[in-house]
Design a protein around this ligand. Sequence first.
Ligand SMILES: [Zn+2]
Length: 122
Amino acid sequence: MNEINFDTLCRLCLRNSFFYMHIYVGQSVDKSPIYEVLNFVYDLEVSVDDGLPEYVCRDCLLKLKEFETYKRKAHRAKSELLSLKGNVEGSCVKEEIEEDEIRDEQQINETEIKVMATKIRT
Ligand SMILES: [Zn+2]
């Protein structure tokens, strides 16, 4: 069995790589430390004193940055959608929709009341 240098294994794919990035020193896309991004993107619960390898290889680093960008983009999209929705809800369009909804609910209640009244009569 070949001797494995545990310390230089890539934290993510367990390969040895000539190019590796220290996860506590290296920074990712928005200058966050790489280990924080690992936790943000993959929920790996990496902490400084966990005694596990402290490097990621080049391939994994590129993937991590890609995932990070993608995840941040998705979260940004969500907040943009929510604020757009908020703007729509604040406008006249939403008020009209709400009135329609209330009318529909009243109709449903009236129907239910009629049904109940019929049941009581029979
Ligand atoms: Zn790797």
